[in-house]
Design a protein around this ligand. Structure first.
Ligand SMILES: NC(=O)c1ccc[n+]([C@@H]2O[C@H](COP(=O)([O-])OP(=O)(O)OC[C@H]3O[C@@H](n4cnc5c(N)ncnc54)[C@H](OP(=O)(O)O)[C@@H]3O)[C@@H](O)[C@H]2O)c1
Length: 255
């Protein structure tokens, strides 16, 4: 196998959730540049179509699909569409997530607990089930979950979000073990603080940032384009013997 082939995704169909911006968009663009046909997905049809359109304008392959990953019927429908349009799914990047409550964990409203679990845990779980079965039918595939450094070190006032990100780590390992026999690899990335809309409240708060930066050995936040290559590695043949791995991409924060 030549080195170039290790990252070549030609002929593969990849679904990236939360791909209208941030880490998901950077990942969708990178997978497409490496030859995948990318299904760019998030809740908002217009936003994902804009990303898919930009990918096509760059000469690569993409389509868009609106899907709320916390809505079980919407996820069912998305996989029916993929089955009828492509008959296969080779790569799933479970990346869409929500963090609606910033505040003391003991005061988290149960409605926020439900919302966070629905998207970040049940959504990832259902997507993984559907993808793994589809991959099994076509001989294999790769699932990459976006967890977070909060999985290992809960962020202050981000309690329920951190709980869900830890669940994603164990979900990754459980799926990895049980799906290995189907030639389905399942891995996760644990991004550190990344310059996206999701983290803008923290990054744009000068006082907060001054407190956080000394905790990061590299002394800076990540750009989404620095998380995407780790996802590419885990999705591509370059990662062919890697499964159940949860890879920090965090400038050394967890070290
Ligand atoms: N940024 C960080 O510092 C950081 C650190 C560690 C981990 N992460 C993780 O990285 C992942 C991506 O976050 P990001 O930082 O790239 O955030 P972002 O730029 O805000 O993007 C979030 C994406 O998720 C989509 N989305 C939100 N809720 C959704 C839902 N219910 N169903 C489907 N799509 C949904 C959004 O699009 P729509 O609004 O159109 O749905 C958007 O495309 C998340 O899993 C997050 O937990 C981020």
């Amino acid at each position: 196998m030549s080195e170039k082939d290790l990252f070549d995704l030609s002929g593969r169909v990849a679904l990236v959730t939360g791909a209208s911006r941030g880490i998901g968009e950077a990942t969708a663009r990178l997978l497409a540049r490496h030859g995948a046909h990318v299904i760019v997905s998030s809740r908002k049809a217009e936003s994902v179509e804009a990303v898919a359109d930009a990918i096509r304008s760059d000469g690569h392959q993409a389509e868009s699909m609106a899907c709320h990953v916390g809505d079980m019927n919407a996820v069912d429908e998305a996989f029916e569409q993929i089955a009828s349009a492509h008959g296969r799914l080779d790569i799933l990047v479970n990346n869409a997530a929500t963090n609606p409550h910033f505040g003391h964990i003991a005061e988290t409203p149960m409605s926020m607990v439900d919302k966070t679990l629905d998207v970040n845990v049940k959504g990832y779980f259902q997507m993984s089930q559907k993808a793994a079965l589809m991959m099994k039918a076509s001989g294999g595939g790769a699932i990459v979950n976006t967890s977070s450094i909060n999985a290992e070190r809960p962020g202050p006032y981000q309690g329920i979000y951190s709980v869900t990100k830890a669940a994603v780590v164990n979900m990754t390992k459980a799926f990895a073990k049980e799906c290995a026999a189907w030639n389905v690899r399942v891995n996760a990335v644990l991004p550190g603080l990344t310059d996206t809309h999701f983290a803008s409240a923290l990054i744009q708060n000068k006082q907060m940032l001054e407190m956080i930066l000394p905790l990061i050995p590299m002394n800076r936040v990540a750009q989404p384009e620095e998380i995407a290559p780790a996802i590419l590695f885990l999705a591509a043949d370059a990662g062919s013997y890697v499964t159940g791995a949860c890879l920090p991409v965090d400038g050394g924060f967890l070290t």
